[in-house]
Design a protein around this ligand. Structure first.
Ligand SMILES: C[S@@+](CC[C@H](N)C(=O)[O-])C[C@H]1O[C@@H](n2cnc3c(N)ncnc32)[C@H](O)[C@@H]1O
Length: 220
């Protein structure tokens, strides 16, 4: 595993107020970091910044999705969390909600943990696992950015470690659909770019945004 030097992270801005208490300084730094996608993506190595447009949730979308999912004390799971962009943005804007990301690629978990370390967000956690290893009972609400599409998309691969397989794609969708089907009424789900194969009939559309790309669902 490649280790990224600490100097990789953004330098302290010139107008940084050194007299502020540490917590306030951190909040100011995070406000700047979460103010636009380029600033946030700069936390990561260049090749992962370049993947941002296609693979990581834009900050504005993450904030809107999190607004629907957040409630004090609730545990929200990002199903396929990548470099952690959704969880970190959501955790920054909604400090009383706990955001978890499950991710199958170790390198992405490593980068997500590094970024978490930089932001010092204590309400965000990452789990290195396949979604089939997750106990869905431990989570209240869910975010899903079409994570399984990579199994049938030869054009936009994150890397070459994942098998292209129609049957794996179908299996994951069915697995997630069954797991969501067992959740109690009131469970919330936000999908982004989804073909809706993973959504059980019990989930009803509550809102729609971003020209139909983002959908908010509640289990009845
Ligand atoms: C489109 S990216 C979204 C990343 C993140 N949710 C975001 O919005 O920025 C989908 C991620 O899901 C992960 N993924 C796909 N299938 C998975 C599985 N079966 N278990 C765990 N992670 C998976 C991929 O490795 C990829 O990082």
């Amino acid at each position: 595993m490649k280790a990224y030097p600490f100097s990789y992270f953004p330098p302290v801005p010139d107008n940084y107020n050194r007299s502020l208490p540490i917590k306030q300084k951190r909040d100011h730094l995070n406000d700047a970091l979460f103010s636009n996608d380029a600033a946030f993506d700069w936390l990561y190595p260049e090749n992962f910044q370049l993947l941002s447009l296609k693979h990581w949730t834009p900050l504005a979308i993450a904030c809107k999705a999190a607004e629907f999912l957040a409630e004090p004390g609730a545990r929200v799971l990002d199903i396929g969390s990548g470099i952690g962009k959704f969880c970190l943005a959501a955790g920054h804007h909604f400090p009383e909600t706990f955001f978890y990301g499950v991710e199958q690629r170790h390198e992405l978990i490593y980068l997500a943990e590094q970024a978490k370390g930089y932001t010092k967000l204590s309400n965000v956690n990452f789990i290195y696992a396949n979604i089939t290893q997750i106990n869905f009972k431990e989570f209240d609400h869910f975010y899903f950015y079409n994570s399984f599409y990579e199994n049938i998309d030869p054009e936009n691969q994150i890397d070459d470690t994942i098998e292209l397989s129609e049957s794996l794609y179908t299996y994951y969708n069915q697995y997630l659909c069954a797991a969501l089907d067992e959740k109690p009424s009131g469970t919330r789900l936000v999908t982004f770019h989804s073909f809706e194969k993973e959504i059980p009939p019990g989930f009803k559309l509550a809102d729609i945004s971003c020209n139909g790309l983002m959908k908010m669902w509640i289990k009845t």
